[in-house]
Design a protein around this ligand. Structure first.
Ligand SMILES: Cc1cc2nc3c(=O)[nH]c(=O)nc-3n(C[C@H](O)[C@H](O)[C@H](O)COP(=O)(O)OP(=O)(O)OC[C@H]3O[C@@H](n4cnc5c(N)ncnc54)[C@H](O)[C@@H]3O)c2cc1C
Length: 302
């Protein structure tokens, strides 16, 4: 393990780097996780248990599972990054989250170099949340993740434009392959490709409001889209709030708000991490001022 360093006390753990914003240089050790390997470790009548090492590319892993008819990850196709980061924020898209198919993970404690096993319960998964993002921030290096995938697929096409895409592409028989392709098509048409224009995906989380607060804001803005989370909480799309504050397509220097997706902040070339951070701060303040709602950043700020 590394010797003591005058900079950061814990190493920075790097996966694919797709959900990080660097506002300064890293003064200390950076651990780039390149562990590879995908293995079917066991089966029961209903499930395949598949273990993937942290350094495997997420989408390649999803494709591997789809090829082998291991069902459950198809809605999570084309999410950038590596397997090791997937539990970090319980990655999710199109009505699915990894917590739905998560069995356990192994992680190395950087304090004592002991490998721990975490169950789903231990991970305390929430919406873009886990114990690794908060309580154990930078304390554990996730080494591998064991997924519990279905032998009989449970198709989930209710979310977003999946149904329309399936119709558009003339899919007659539903399959995990068809759903994955539909998700790939939708994502490619909607989200900016980081290889072409710098971005870290959704910059903010969709805020969840207590019902009372929601009712107060809704009184004033009754066209506000919203989704019931439970009896006492309502979720609001952050993209709508940001757009209402006039940010969609905004650009200052090379830092900007995506023209179609106001939730995505983009770097047109030479913006520094600080420029992007400053822009996110301005957006945060304006949403707070107009709606009294405090947005939270989803991206990890270094
Ligand atoms: C265009 C685009 C679209 C996106 N769409 C989605 C989406 O639909 N849904 C979604 O949930 N996310 C989305 N994201 C965010 C991103 O894909 C995920 O957060 C992904 O899991 C990040 O993986 P990574 O390997 O690049 O992680 P990094 O960016 O390298 O790291 C992210 C965080 O995880 C930590 N970390 C990384 N690897 C490990 C490890 N092995 N052990 C412990 N900690 C680790 C890092 O320290 C950091 O804090 C999107 C991003 C982009 C750019």
């Amino acid at each position: 393990m590394a010797h003591k360093h005058a900079g950061r006390s814990k190493p920075l753990i790097l996966g694919g780097g797709s959900n990080l914003l660097f506002t300064k240089d890293v003064d200390g050790l950076v651990l780039k996780n390149e562990l590879k390997g995908i293995e079917l470790v066991k089966e029961d009548p209903h499930h395949f248990y598949v273990k993937a090492a942290a350094g495997e590319n997420w989408h390649q892993f999803v494709i591997h599972c789809i090829r082998h008819n291991y069902a459950g990850l198809e809605n999570l196709s084309l999410i950038p990054g590596n397997v090791g980061a997937s539990p970090m924020q319980n990655i999710g898209a199109y009505g699915a989250e990894i917590k739905d198919v998560f069995e356990s993970l192994e992680a190395l404690n950087v304090k004592d170099n002991i490998i721990h096993i975490f169950s789903a319960n231990d991970c305390a998964f929430g919406y873009r949340e886990s114990v690794f993002k908060r309580k154990y921030k930078e304390q554990f290096v996730i080494l591998n993740v064991l997924f519990r995938l279905n032998k009989v697929p449970v198709f989930n096409t209710a979310y977003g434009a999946i149904e329309q895409e399936l119709q558009k592409t003339n899919v007659k028989e539903l399959s995990i392959q068809a759903i994955s392709q539909a998700v790939i098509n939708i994502r490619s048409s909607k989200l900016p490709d980081p290889a072409e224009i710098g971005n870290a995906g959704s910059f903010f989380k969709n805020p969840t409001l207590p019902l009372k607060q929601f009712q107060l804001v809704f009184k004033e803005y009754n066209n506000m889209p919203h989704y019931k989370v439970d009896e006492n909480h309502v979720k609001i799309p952050a993209a709508w709030l940001i757009e209402q504050c006039g940010w969609k397509g905004y650009r200052k220097g090379d830092a900007g708000v995506h023209v179609h997706q106001p939730l995505v902040l983009v770097n047109y070339g030479n913006a520094g991490g600080k420029d992007i951070y400053r822009l996110s701060e301005e957006i945060l303040q304006s949403v707070k001022h107009k709606f009294g709602i405090l947005l939270e950043r989803e991206v990890n700020i270094i």
